[in-house]
Design a protein around this ligand. Structure first.
Ligand SMILES: [Zn+2]
Length: 240
Protein backbone atom coordinates (compact mmCIF):
# COMPACT_ATOMS: atom_id res chain seq x y z
CA UNK A 1 0.00 0.00 0.00
CA UNK A 2 1.06 3.53 -0.71
CA UNK A 3 1.30 5.74 2.37
CA UNK A 4 0.63 8.89 0.30
CA UNK A 5 -2.85 7.56 -0.52
CA UNK A 6 -3.92 6.71 3.03
CA UNK A 7 -5.82 8.95 5.41
CA UNK A 8 -4.52 9.19 8.97
CA UNK A 9 -7.35 6.92 10.11
CA UNK A 10 -6.53 4.29 7.49
CA UNK A 11 -2.86 4.53 8.35
CA UNK A 12 -3.53 3.94 12.06
CA UNK A 13 -5.76 1.00 11.19
CA UNK A 14 -2.92 -0.57 9.26
CA UNK A 15 -0.57 -0.10 12.21
CA UNK A 16 -3.14 -1.74 14.51
CA UNK A 17 -3.42 -4.63 12.07
CA UNK A 18 0.28 -5.15 12.63
CA UNK A 19 1.90 -3.74 9.52
CA UNK A 20 5.48 -3.07 10.59
CA UNK A 21 7.50 -2.89 7.36
CA UNK A 22 8.16 0.32 5.50
CA UNK A 23 9.93 0.60 2.17
CA UNK A 24 11.60 3.93 1.45
CA UNK A 25 12.73 4.45 -2.16
CA UNK A 26 15.76 6.69 -2.44
CA UNK A 27 16.80 8.26 -5.71
CA UNK A 28 18.52 11.26 -7.17
CA UNK A 29 18.00 14.09 -9.62
CA UNK A 30 21.07 14.20 -11.84
CA UNK A 31 22.40 14.03 -15.35
CA UNK A 32 22.00 10.61 -16.94
CA UNK A 33 23.90 11.10 -20.13
CA UNK A 34 22.51 13.29 -22.84
CA UNK A 35 19.79 10.74 -23.49
CA UNK A 36 18.10 9.69 -20.24
CA UNK A 37 15.66 11.54 -17.97
CA UNK A 38 17.18 13.44 -15.02
CA UNK A 39 14.88 11.51 -12.69
CA UNK A 40 16.18 8.08 -13.77
CA UNK A 41 17.39 7.10 -10.29
CA UNK A 42 13.95 7.78 -8.83
CA UNK A 43 11.90 6.51 -11.78
CA UNK A 44 13.48 3.03 -11.69
CA UNK A 45 12.91 2.45 -7.94
CA UNK A 46 9.35 3.74 -8.49
CA UNK A 47 8.79 1.02 -11.08
CA UNK A 48 10.20 -1.62 -8.72
CA UNK A 49 7.89 -0.36 -5.97
CA UNK A 50 4.87 -0.63 -8.27
CA UNK A 51 5.72 -4.24 -9.04
CA UNK A 52 6.59 -5.10 -5.42
CA UNK A 53 3.35 -3.52 -4.23
CA UNK A 54 1.38 -5.86 -6.49
CA UNK A 55 2.98 -8.83 -4.67
CA UNK A 56 3.66 -7.66 -1.09
CA UNK A 57 1.47 -4.57 -0.84
CA UNK A 58 -0.61 -5.93 2.05
CA UNK A 59 2.47 -6.29 4.23
CA UNK A 60 4.52 -3.25 3.26
CA UNK A 61 3.90 0.47 3.65
CA UNK A 62 5.35 2.08 0.53
CA UNK A 63 6.70 5.45 1.65
CA UNK A 64 7.10 8.37 -0.76
CA UNK A 65 10.44 8.64 -2.50
CA UNK A 66 13.39 10.67 -1.36
CA UNK A 67 14.17 12.14 -4.77
CA UNK A 68 17.27 14.20 -3.89
CA UNK A 69 20.53 12.52 -2.94
CA UNK A 70 24.26 12.94 -2.96
CA UNK A 71 26.23 13.12 -6.22
CA UNK A 72 29.68 14.57 -5.86
CA UNK A 73 31.11 13.36 -9.18
CA UNK A 74 28.22 14.50 -11.34
CA UNK A 75 27.63 17.78 -9.52
CA UNK A 76 29.36 19.84 -12.28
CA UNK A 77 26.65 18.83 -14.79
CA UNK A 78 23.51 20.89 -15.36
CA UNK A 79 20.48 19.11 -13.90
CA UNK A 80 22.35 17.52 -10.99
CA UNK A 81 21.00 18.83 -7.69
CA UNK A 82 23.53 17.62 -5.16
CA UNK A 83 22.89 17.44 -1.42
CA UNK A 84 26.04 17.11 0.68
CA UNK A 85 26.64 13.67 2.14
CA UNK A 86 26.46 14.95 5.72
CA UNK A 87 23.08 16.61 5.26
CA UNK A 88 21.69 13.76 3.18
CA UNK A 89 22.76 11.17 5.77
CA UNK A 90 21.12 13.08 8.61
CA UNK A 91 17.98 13.69 6.56
CA UNK A 92 17.44 10.04 5.65
CA UNK A 93 18.34 8.91 9.16
CA UNK A 94 15.73 11.25 10.65
CA UNK A 95 13.09 9.93 8.29
CA UNK A 96 14.00 6.34 9.16
CA UNK A 97 13.88 7.15 12.89
CA UNK A 98 10.41 8.65 12.51
CA UNK A 99 9.16 5.48 10.89
CA UNK A 100 10.81 3.33 13.55
CA UNK A 101 9.20 5.33 16.35
CA UNK A 102 5.79 4.98 14.67
CA UNK A 103 6.10 1.21 14.84
CA UNK A 104 8.05 0.05 11.80
CA UNK A 105 10.68 -2.40 12.99
CA UNK A 106 11.47 -3.55 9.43
CA UNK A 107 12.86 -0.83 7.20
CA UNK A 108 13.73 -1.40 3.53
CA UNK A 109 15.87 1.24 1.84
CA UNK A 110 15.53 0.77 -1.92
CA UNK A 111 18.32 2.79 -3.46
CA UNK A 112 18.60 3.87 -7.10
CA UNK A 113 21.80 5.90 -7.00
CA UNK A 114 25.50 5.09 -6.43
CA UNK A 115 26.38 8.36 -4.70
CA UNK A 116 23.95 7.50 -1.90
CA UNK A 117 25.69 4.28 -0.87
CA UNK A 118 28.07 5.60 1.82
CA UNK A 119 25.32 7.64 3.44
CA UNK A 120 22.91 4.71 3.46
CA UNK A 121 25.51 2.45 5.09
CA UNK A 122 25.66 4.91 7.96
CA UNK A 123 21.88 5.31 8.08
CA UNK A 124 21.30 1.56 8.19
CA UNK A 125 23.74 1.18 11.08
CA UNK A 126 22.10 4.01 13.03
CA UNK A 127 18.64 2.51 12.52
CA UNK A 128 19.87 -0.96 13.46
CA UNK A 129 21.34 0.55 16.65
CA UNK A 130 17.83 1.73 17.54
CA UNK A 131 16.52 -1.82 17.18
CA UNK A 132 15.26 -1.80 13.60
CA UNK A 133 15.93 -4.54 11.06
CA UNK A 134 17.18 -2.78 7.96
CA UNK A 135 17.50 -4.16 4.44
CA UNK A 136 19.33 -1.92 2.01
CA UNK A 137 19.00 -2.74 -1.69
CA UNK A 138 21.24 -1.11 -4.28
CA UNK A 139 19.43 -2.76 -7.21
CA UNK A 140 22.08 -2.38 -9.94
CA UNK A 141 24.83 -3.72 -7.64
CA UNK A 142 23.11 -6.38 -5.56
CA UNK A 143 21.76 -8.19 -8.62
CA UNK A 144 24.54 -7.33 -11.04
CA UNK A 145 25.07 -10.90 -12.24
CA UNK A 146 21.44 -11.22 -13.29
CA UNK A 147 21.54 -7.78 -14.90
CA UNK A 148 24.78 -8.49 -16.79
CA UNK A 149 23.19 -11.60 -18.30
CA UNK A 150 20.55 -9.35 -19.88
CA UNK A 151 22.34 -6.03 -20.48
CA UNK A 152 26.12 -6.55 -20.14
CA UNK A 153 27.29 -3.02 -21.04
CA UNK A 154 26.29 -1.66 -17.65
CA UNK A 155 27.15 1.77 -16.33
CA UNK A 156 25.80 5.11 -15.29
CA UNK A 157 22.92 5.57 -17.75
CA UNK A 158 24.45 2.55 -19.49
CA UNK A 159 22.70 -0.35 -21.16
CA UNK A 160 21.04 -1.48 -17.93
CA UNK A 161 19.65 1.80 -16.59
CA UNK A 162 18.69 3.07 -20.02
CA UNK A 163 16.79 -0.15 -20.75
CA UNK A 164 14.97 0.12 -17.42
CA UNK A 165 13.86 3.67 -18.22
CA UNK A 166 12.81 2.72 -21.76
CA UNK A 167 10.64 -0.04 -20.31
CA UNK A 168 8.83 2.52 -18.13
CA UNK A 169 8.18 4.99 -20.95
CA UNK A 170 10.12 5.34 -24.19
CA UNK A 171 9.50 9.08 -24.24
CA UNK A 172 11.83 9.44 -21.21
CA UNK A 173 14.83 8.57 -23.39
CA UNK A 174 16.25 10.21 -26.51
CA UNK A 175 18.17 7.35 -28.13
CA UNK A 176 19.43 9.64 -30.91
CA UNK A 177 21.95 11.09 -28.41
CA UNK A 178 22.79 7.85 -26.55
CA UNK A 179 26.54 7.28 -26.19
CA UNK A 180 28.95 4.44 -25.59
CA UNK A 181 31.71 5.42 -23.17
CA UNK A 182 34.05 3.12 -21.28
CA UNK A 183 35.40 4.91 -18.25
CA UNK A 184 38.99 4.03 -17.30
CA UNK A 185 39.98 6.89 -14.98
CA UNK A 186 41.37 6.05 -11.55
CA UNK A 187 39.09 6.69 -8.59
CA UNK A 188 42.13 7.01 -6.32
CA UNK A 189 42.59 10.59 -7.48
CA UNK A 190 40.03 13.27 -6.76
CA UNK A 191 39.85 16.66 -8.44
CA UNK A 192 37.09 19.21 -8.48
CA UNK A 193 35.74 18.57 -11.97
CA UNK A 194 36.82 14.96 -12.41
CA UNK A 195 33.22 13.98 -13.16
CA UNK A 196 33.49 15.82 -16.47
CA UNK A 197 36.47 13.60 -17.41
CA UNK A 198 34.98 10.36 -16.09
CA UNK A 199 31.69 10.98 -17.88
CA UNK A 200 32.31 13.18 -20.97
CA UNK A 201 28.69 12.73 -22.04
CA UNK A 202 27.34 12.21 -18.52
CA UNK A 203 27.14 8.46 -18.90
CA UNK A 204 29.23 5.27 -18.91
CA UNK A 205 28.59 1.87 -20.44
CA UNK A 206 26.85 1.38 -23.76
CA UNK A 207 23.55 3.21 -23.80
CA UNK A 208 23.16 2.54 -27.53
CA UNK A 209 22.56 -1.16 -26.79
CA UNK A 210 19.55 -0.46 -24.55
CA UNK A 211 16.04 -1.62 -25.38
CA UNK A 212 12.54 -1.78 -23.92
CA UNK A 213 12.66 -5.56 -24.01
CA UNK A 214 15.90 -5.73 -21.98
CA UNK A 215 14.45 -3.34 -19.41
CA UNK A 216 11.34 -5.44 -19.02
CA UNK A 217 13.47 -8.56 -18.60
CA UNK A 218 15.52 -6.82 -15.88
CA UNK A 219 12.37 -5.94 -13.92
CA UNK A 220 11.00 -9.44 -14.32
CA UNK A 221 14.18 -11.09 -13.18
CA UNK A 222 14.93 -8.72 -10.26
CA UNK A 223 11.51 -8.38 -8.62
CA UNK A 224 11.42 -12.02 -7.40
CA UNK A 225 14.94 -11.57 -5.99
CA UNK A 226 13.83 -8.46 -4.11
CA UNK A 227 10.79 -10.34 -2.76
CA UNK A 228 13.14 -13.08 -1.57
CA UNK A 229 15.42 -10.55 0.13
CA UNK A 230 12.47 -8.92 1.90
CA UNK A 231 11.15 -12.30 3.06
CA UNK A 232 14.63 -13.09 4.33
CA UNK A 233 14.57 -9.83 6.33
CA UNK A 234 11.32 -10.94 8.02
CA UNK A 235 12.70 -14.40 8.73
CA UNK A 236 15.92 -12.95 10.10
CA UNK A 237 14.04 -10.61 12.46
CA UNK A 238 11.80 -13.44 13.61
CA UNK A 239 14.73 -15.69 14.38
CA UNK A 240 16.25 -13.25 16.87
ZN1 LIG B 1 21.39 6.32 -12.33
Amino acid sequence: MYMMKLTQREYVQQLKKGIDTVLIPIGMLETHGEHCALGTDTLIPREFVKRLDAILGKRIMMAPEIAYGHSWALAPFPGTIDVSQRIFTDYVRHIGEQFFHQGFRHIVLLNGHGGNISALNEVSECLADLGAYVLTIHWWLDYREQIAAIAPAVGHAGEDETSCVLAIDESLVDMSVAHHHQDTLSRKIKSKKMGLRIFPHGNSGDATAASVEKGERIYQSLVPLMVKDIEELWEFAQSE
